[in-house]
Design a protein. Structure first.
Length: 348
């Protein structure tokens, strides 16, 4: 079942205007030299002042203006990192060619345009994302920013939602062209939020822990979105199975779904061997668990797919597909970005 947790509070303290970004960075969908599991386990637990710095965030608006918001973190309790602690796992698999391609292309319009598949969106910089409210999309930070500057395509950022048949349209246009490819309805992005932890981490070892961003759409969509959840540890997941859908580059225009089990975890990251190509970066990784005291199953987003990474493990470069876990602190921050207050963000 989903275990509801009390969430720390993130409140904004001050907002400053910054100069407009240059928007000159190249989009890079594969990152190198990432601090791996061992490296992460040696890192000190961040203090409250570290967290306030990491969770401060930049907002870029459609007209190119940019602000920095400083935050305070309340109600952390005993663990200043706001994480569920995990025990190190010693099992380690060397790189496998991931064998038979286990991805499924979703061609059937009935699936493509219905929940949960219709929550997957395409980002105009070449990534994927997931709908998390009537106006908000969750994606990976590196789809918009390389740690030093915003990527070229993020100046006029748009989000593509898979089209469904419009009312009164009796012609053969049921959300897919004749060849089964989805067509998109593109919506402009009004503003984007990226945590400062993403900029800070890139100066040395890339800290993937903060590789997430939220986009606010100019117009609300009218479809079902997926709720956020707190990422449980591997032990608390049935078969440690995760699912996600995105728009992989090698299957142009197709929605691609996959599920697989997680191989290892740190406090902030999941390491897995889900088959995925660039383009699916930024997809929402979700679980299906029972609602407490109910018979119903509920899907919730518990991580953001960051992509294929070379990870330093015991001095050796190994490759994994990595996803950024939604910890209680990240849940509080993303929820604050969506709702603009913390009343809706007390339980996750």
């Amino acid at each position: 079942t989903w275990h509801l947790k009390k969430i720390p509070q993130i409140v904004s303290e001050r907002t400053f205007s910054l100069e407009s970004p240059k928007f000159e960075a190249k989009t890079k969908l594969e990152l190198n030299s990432v601090c791996g599991i061992e490296c992460q386990r040696k890192l000190p637990v961040p203090s409250l002042s570290d967290l306030k710095d990491l969770l401060a965030y930049e907002t870029v608006f459609e007209n190119g203006t940019r602000t920095l918001t400083e935050v305070n973190v309340l109600g952390l309790g005993l663990d200043p990192a706001g994480n569920s602690t995990t025990t190190p796992r010693s099992s380690r698999r060397k790189r496998q060619v991931y064998g038979t391609d286990s991805r499924f292309s979703i061609y059937d319009k009935r699936f493509m345009t219905n929940f949960p598949f219709n929550t997957a969106v395409k980002i105009s910089t070449g990534c994927s994302g997931i709908l998390v409210s009537p106006r908000h999309v969750l994606t990976a930070a590196h789809c918009l920013h390389n740690g030093k500057d915003y990527v070229k395509g993020s100046k006029r950022l748009r989000v593509g939602l898979m089209k469904t048949k419009s009312r009164g349209d009796g012609r053969k246009r049921k959300g897919a062209k004749r060849n089964g490819m989805p067509s998109f309805q593109w919506t402009r992005v009004k503003s984007t939020h990226i945590p400062k932890g993403w900029f800070k981490g890139v100066s040395g070892d890339i800290a993937l822990d903060y590789d997430y961003a939220v986009l606010e759409l100019k117009r609300p969509h009218k479809r079902k979105y997926m709720e956020l959840g707190i990422s449980p540890t591997i032990k608390m997941m049935p078969g440690s199975m995760i699912h996600f859908s995105g728009f992989d580059n090698d299957r142009s225009g197709q929605l691609v779904y996959r599920f697989c089990s997680i191989s290892d975890e740190s406090n902030d990251l999941f390491y897995q061997y889900c088959d995925a190509e660039p383009g699916s970066t930024g997809s929402g990784v979700y679980l299906r668990l029972k609602e407490p005291n109910k018979k119903k199953w509920k899907r919730k987003i518990i991580a953001v797919f960051s992509g294929h990474q070379w990870v330093d493990i015991n001095g050796e470069q190994q490759d994994y597909n990595v996803a950024v876990r939604i910890t209680p602190l990240k849940y509080a921050q993303i929820c604050f970005w969506i709702h603009g207050n913390d009343e809706n963000c007390t339980q996750g």
